[in-house]
Design a protein. Structure first.
Length: 324
């Protein structure tokens, strides 16, 4: 081979290798500045709690602040749209929840496609919802509550957050138990909890992580958890399905990024999150909140979001739930 041609090929090979080398160097340097975790609900709710837990660990492990930014509204869609439109550089992340998979079928005019436009990074936690009431409600069991609701059709105020399991868990209960309750929408679980504790509403199907301390303190009464098995955090509390066969709802949270975020950055975040979830202190904190870790690959998290999108589309159609 002539020297000139050999040199041209060497240059061409070097040019092709540059993007790979650059991406690797970028990933190794990431994060070089603070990272935003966008949460689609008000402070104090389950997604906010999880974002702050994992954000604190990532800040300590990766040496940059992971700042939680609450952007409530439209069932988490405002936050999702912010991340969809952000630069795909790893510095804007979405705290993904079941609400994002519900919104796909609940909202008909979204400007983005969640499964297409948000890249899965990692699952974080799965938690039961808990059916809880204000202590003034004269029902201590699910059968007693059903009887009370049937005796007072349309008079029980059920707090919920549009486009989330807090709303659809209640809607599914209404359908399967044959009761009529008035859905009162909130922008986040935090405000809904405040009004439930204050007695402005009577029942809420909240994520256990944000309600458990209020239950333990006696400010709220837990009637049942929504998963098919009892929660280790509240072992004496039955499941809804023990009284309403076939009923099941669970909530979960994870991390997503804009599509086209470099795979090297996604894998670095995934590895750091999985390391966090294997830390005994964080595991203990998650267990104390009634949750279990969702350790896995980006592909595992992708599979979960796809399965949940199909599931919630069926529930939305079945319940007739509407956005807004």
């Amino acid at each position: 081979m002539k020297p000139a041609r050999r040199q041209v090929l060497q240059w061409a090979g070097s040019a092709l290798a540059l993007p790979v080398i650059w991406r690797k160097a970028w990933a190794e340097a990431f994060p070089a500045r603070p990272v935003r975790i966008i949460v689609g609900f008000a402070p104090g709710g389950p997604t906010d709690i999880v974002a702050r837990l994992i954000g604190q660990y990532l800040s300590e492990r990766l040496g940059q602040q992971f700042i939680v930014e609450n952007r409530p509204g439209a069932g988490g869609n405002l936050a999702a749209e912010i991340v969809v439109r952000a630069q795909p550089d790893g510095y804007s992340l979405l705290l993904v929840s079941a609400a994002n998979t519900i919104s796909t079928s609940l909202y008909s005019n979204l400007s983005f496609d969640f499964l297409r436009d948000i890249a899965p990074v990692a699952g974080v936690v799965r938690v039961p919802n808990v059916m809880e009431v204000h202590p003034s409600v004269p029902a201590r069991t699910v059968p007693e509550f059903i009887a009370y609701a049937k005796a007072n059709p349309g008079k029980i105020n059920m707090a919920g957050v549009n486009g989330t399991t807090l709303q659809l868990a209640g809607e599914l209960f209404k359908m399967m138990a044959g009761v009529d309750m008035l859905h009162v929408p909130y922008k986040g679980a935090g405000p809904a909890l405040t009004d439930l504790i204050g007695g402005q509403v009577q029942v809420l199907f909240d994520n256990l992580s944000s309600s458990i301390e209020h239950i333990r303190a006696g400010r709220l009464r837990a009637l049942a958890v929504t998963t098919v098995t009892r929660s280790k955090a509240l072992p004496d509390v039955p499941t809804v399905s023990e009284f309403v066969p076939g009923y099941e709802v669970s909530a979960w949270q994870g991390i997503g990024a804009p599509k086209d975020t470099p795979a090297e950055i996604i894998m670095k975040l995934n590895d750091s999150i999985n390391t966090a979830l294997n830390d005994h202190k964080l595991r203990a904190r998650i267990a104390d909140l009634g949750g279990t870790e969702l350790i896995g690959s980006p592909s595992d998290f992708r599979r979960l979001t796809e399965e949940e999108t199909v599931k919630w589309a069926r529930v939305v159609k079945f319940s007739g739930a509407k956005a807004g």
